[in-house]
Write a protein that binds this ligand. Structure first.
Ligand SMILES: Cc1cc2nc3c(=O)[nH]c(=O)nc-3n(C[C@H](O)[C@H](O)[C@H](O)COP(=O)(O)O)c2cc1C
Length: 130
């Protein structure tokens, strides 16, 4: 059965090299585990959407939770879904626009079309925060 999990975590000063290294791990492990999703970083917090079957998600999540590059991993959504919202994204890093007024619209356009409306709202609200 397919699930989507969204968590937020806290991490100060993650630079683009660290993001690149996280995405490299994602390409390696998520492909093997058939986990897909997206990742946002706002300078203080991560938000990640992970989708896959329960066993694969829990394998990936255990690694993520043990990662010292962030802490306070809190799952804010965990829902059963019929289909993936991001089937083609092993892990897509979505950048949050600097321009606050343009931010929501830019992100809204970049999020997958089929994403659950409540998840879309959570992600847009997260991006408005800092
Ligand atoms: C915010 C954040 C998100 C991450 N997301 C994933 C992920 O989706 N898949 C993954 O394999 N590793 C992810 N990682 C990295 C893991 O915590 C861990 O470093 C990695 O799985 C180690 O695998 P490797 O030895 O193959 O690089 C993430 C780390 C952070 C800080």
């Amino acid at each position: 059965m397919l699930r989507q999990i969204v968590y937020i975590s806290t991490a100060a000063g993650i630079d683009s090299a660290a993001i690149a290294s996280i995405l490299e791990s994602c390409r390696r492990n998520n492909a093997e585990r058939a986990v897909t999703g997206l990742l946002l970083y706002n300078g203080r917090n991560f938000l990640q959407l992970l989708e896959g079957n329960v066993e694969d998600l829990s394998w990936v999540l255990h690694r993520i939770e043990a990662d010292p590059r962030h802490n306070g991993v809190s799952i804010i959504e965990d829902i059963a879904v019929e289909e993936r919202a991001c089937p083609d994204w092993l892990m897509r890093h979505i950048r949050i626009a600097d321009d606050v007024s343009a931010r929501r619209d830019a992100l809204d356009a970049e999020l997958p079309q089929d994403i659950d409306p409540s998840l879309r709202r959570i992600i847009l609200n997260f991006a408005s925060l800092n």
